[in-house]
Design a protein around this ligand. Structure first.
Ligand code: GRG
Length: 294
């Protein structure tokens, strides 16, 4: 897939995900309008929609219908949005800006941001549970495990515990495999489950792919943070270093971190071999993840 075709395909899927997310906040009489507005802010103000893009690409690679991919795409983005709203809170990262705009607790207030995150998480499970897919139970378990104590929340806890400490590269990888990797793996698996049964060996190929891009994504994010790209607006440049959090560039050097990310993308692409031609869009997405400038 050439760069123009990829850009067009990504834009179309992003628009598809945006429309489905927007529809959740359309014509309805919300019992708590301020909560609703805060939720909307947390989801709809900016965001690259990487996780929905992965759901669509992974699902199609195994032959899923687009109609079966919308619910998992939306659900995973809602979990992601909730995590960012909570991550920005004073008790966590205490950020004023996200995606170049005031964070939810800044635009509203702290209690409303906590509640908005809570309600975004429930909404994710409502959306996926209402989708009536034959492998719905496996999808819900995938989402719950990735979000909770064995996944993202565990990663956040490890991250908080690491502040001021000196974890090595392995400990850093474990933390990220949970904090950001778990949702990325879940996005890819949800797409796969929309297409094939749990025993299908192609799901294992997708899992290997997702593991590698999850880490590559995080390393690239650390690299962007260091080079202070304009698109990291929304968090202070070098914010992790400023809080004495270890990063890949601080442990491997900038060139070493870039090299590690590129090696992981190669690993991810190699893992797609069993999918043949159908894996090409996923391969392109893997490359995009470490070429993106935000
Ligand atoms: C509070 C339970 C809880 C979890 C928070 C994922 C997470 C755990 C926090 C995110 C904090 C952070 C900056 C992590 C680094 C990974 C990263 C760049 C996340 C942002 O994901 P993108 O780039 O964001 O996909 P957009 O804005 O494009 O949606």
């Amino acid at each position: 897939m050439n760069a123009d075709a990829l850009a067009a395909a990504l834009a179309a899927d992003r628009a598809r995900a945006d429309a489905r997310l927007e529809a959740l906040f359309g014509a309805r009489e919300a019992p708590a309008p301020r909560l609703e507005a805060a939720m909307r802010h947390g989801v709809l103000v900016g965001g690259k929609r990487l996780r929905p893009l992965l759901v669509y690409a992974a699902g199609r690679a195994l032959g899923a219908d687009d109609a079966h991919l919308d619910a998992p795409a939306v659900a995973i983005e809602l979990i992601h949005a909730y995590s960012l709203v909570h991550d920005d809170l004073p008790a966590m990262d205490d950020d004023d800006l996200r995606r170049g705009q005031p964070t939810v607790h800044r635009a509203y207030d702290e209690a409303t941001a906590i509640l908005a995150g809570d309600a975004l998480q429930s909404l994710a499970f409502e959306v996926i549970a209402a989708s009536a897919h034959p492998r719905l139970a496996a999808m819900i378990v995938t989402l719950a495990e990735a979000a909770g104590r064995d996944g993202m929340v565990a990663g956040q806890a490890l991250d908080l515990a690491a502040v001021g400490g000196h974890p090595d590269v392995e400990a850093l990888a474990t933390m990220h495999a949970h904090k950001t990797g778990a949702l990325i793996r879940a996005a890819v698996r949800l797409g796969g489950l929309a297409a094939v049964a749990e025993e299908d060996p192609r799901l294992a190929a997708l899992e290997a792919y997702a593991r590698a891009i999850g880490l590559a994504f995080q390393i690239h994010d650390d690299v962007l943070d260091v080079i202070g790209d304009t698109a990291t607006l929304g968090k202070a440049s070098g914010a992790d270093a400023a809080r004495d959090k270890p990063t890949y560039p601080s442990l491997l050097g900038l060139a070493g971190a870039r090299q590690r990310a590129a090696g992981l993308v190669e690993e991810a692409v190699a893992a797609l071999a069993p999918l043949g031609e159908a894996g090409q869009p996923l391969a392109a997405l893997a490359r995009y993840m470490i070429e993106r400038d935000h």
